[in-house]
Write a protein that binds this ligand. Structure first.
Ligand SMILES: [Ca+2]
Ligand SMILES: [Ca+2]
Ligand SMILES: [Ca+2]
Length: 257
């Protein structure tokens, strides 16, 4: 009896130590050495894009939160090799189809805007999946750590931007939005200490009529009843309904471009 207790206590102590180690490993996964500076978001309002053109549909600002020996890079092999994004028809359906898109492109940028200074895409998705239940996945794990994958040290940041390229034959009036889960961005940590801090981050994006891209080649003018007005690019009956709902007393004028 005494011998059994003498053996049992060290065994329990060992078990406790293993449990503490497991808990530590779990916490390490949760404190990936990177952070979201500006939360991920979809299209910046109701945008219009002509067939055959490229339009920005997603942006997120990230950095390596701790300027220490642990570096942070986009993409985590085997878990989330870059960034996962859903492309879907609007909550108010327009009939948007995968054939309306050519591909998605992922860029690294030093600001929130996709422009000529951002260079070539660092990854693409082609063909695009249009679904609320199956995401598109960018894979950057074929690129070496560092370079365009590297998150700079706090306070310097990087923006990862996604664009969509519309098909030449995209159907006028159809529209799409984006959706993302929490988390949806994979991060590899490396350096010293060398292992165990990998993980994911990234805020949820809900599909929204008001953050969407409509396929169009028209311009619509919104004129307030008291005078003045704004001109915005527009097209498509489904999305015009959205503007009518949101604009109240504004008068709509529509013309071919
Ligand atoms: Ca760090
Ligand atoms: Ca670093
Ligand atoms: Ca830029």
């Amino acid at each position: 009896m005494t011998a059994r207790i003498a053996i049992g206590r060290p065994a329990r102590l060992l078990g406790l130590c293993l449990a503490v180690l497991a808990l530590s490993a779990g916490r390490a996964l949760a404190i990936v050495d990177a952070d979201e500076v500006t939360a991920a978001s979809g299209p910046a309002g109701v945008l219009q894009a002509n067939p055959g053109t490229e339009v920005q549909i997603y942006q997120v600002e990230l950095y390596d939160q701790n300027p220490n020996g642990v570096n942070a890079d986009l993409g985590l092999a085997g878990t989330n090799p870059g960034l996962q994004l859903y492309v879907t028809d609007l909550p108010t359906p327009t009939g948007f189809k995968a054939a309306d898109l050519v591909e998605l492109r992922l860029y690294a940028s030093n600001d929130a805007i996709l422009d000529g200074g951002d260079g070539a895409p660092i990854a693409t998705v082609n063909p695009v999946t249009v679904s609320e239940t199956s995401f598109n996945q960018f894979d950057v794990t074929g690129l070496p750590l560092g370079g365009v994958r590297r998150l700079p040290n706090n306070p310097v940041t990087v923006w990862f931007i996604v664009s969509a390229v519309l098909s030449d034959a995209a159907t006028l009036g159809r529209a799409f939005t984006v959706k993302a889960d929490t988390p949806h961005i994979g991060i590899t940590n490396s350096g010293f200490p060398p292992v165990g801090f990998n993980g994911e981050l990234g805020s949820m994006i809900g599909p929204s009529n008001g953050q969407s891209v409509v396929v169009g080649d028209q311009v619509i003018f919104l004129v307030a009843t008291g005078g003045g007005g704004v001109s915005i690019p527009f097209g498509g009956e489904g999305a015009i309904l959205v503007v009518l709902l949101a604009s109240g007393s504004l008068v709509l004028y529509r013309r071919q471009r």
